[in-house]
Ligand binder design. Sequence first.
Ligand SMILES: C[S@@+](CC[C@H](N)C(=O)[O-])C[C@H]1O[C@@H](n2cnc3c(N)ncnc32)[C@H](O)[C@@H]1O
Length: 279
Amino acid sequence: MSQPTLNFSRHSEAAARLYLQHWMILDQLSSLLDPSIPLEGSLKIVDIACGTGIWLLDLAKHLPPTAELHGFDISSAHFPTPRELPANVVLDTWDALGPVPEHLHGQYDLVHCRGMMLYIQGGDPSRLLANLALLLKPRGWLQWEELDVVNMYMRGDDTATKYPNCAKYLEYGKRWLENVGIRGGWVSQMGAFMSQHNMEVVKERRQVITPGMEKPWTTMQVMATRDFIENDIIPTCGAVGEGGISPEEWSEILREFPRECQEGARVLLDIVYVVAKKG
Ligand SMILES: C[S@@+](CC[C@H](N)C(=O)[O-])C[C@H]1O[C@@H](n2cnc3c(N)ncnc32)[C@H](O)[C@@H]1O
């Protein structure tokens, strides 16, 4: 099993954050699936890195009970209990960066994946992409969504002066990611990676968080930032590479980031997604 690169918590606040994020993404994209993807016939759909399973559970409401919906994640910590799942939704554990079990090859009409950027090492998603393609039937559809974490930004003028700790988080958080081998530049080139893997790209979209969602998104970002700084950055920042800052400085960011967001800082990123068809 591949070693997850990050130690995000598995407690209920982390699940709450994933639920919130799901419904905010849905608000921003207006639909669970791009309208170019046909939803007809007896569909078999899989969600990779499904987390709480909420994307599948929401999708199941729009599909007949004959549709088969499967979800895989490296951890079952956020799965609902089996009693809470409709009969046509099954969640299971699988490391999507490892080998694809033979019984899953070519099984699915549609593969959905969202939020793996922080778990891809070295700036190259090819291994995951090859696995997603292997799951698809010929001419099957892939929809892959990512948050453009490495291009996170603050909205507004003069933000570095007004909100110095948010600015420090953006600069040094990115440096920490680079130092541990997480380079997310590929998120802006997902379509090109898919073309290289014999996929026909049907749509590429970049959604900027809309003005009405800036505050809710930042509120969720405060929760994610705390988890990230406490559980990943502070325990390792002394050891990972050049150009970083000390645990004490990170502790200050941890204290001041929520205050600055309450005072008006808006910390945002774009939602990027690509729809492609297997060749
Ligand atoms: C940011 S969460 C996204 C969850 C879900 N896709 C969503 O958008 O609500 C990332 C998920 O990827 C899962 N994950 C990380 N590495 C994985 C791997 N190698 N194989 C499968 N899942 C993985 C984590 O356990 C976590 O649930």
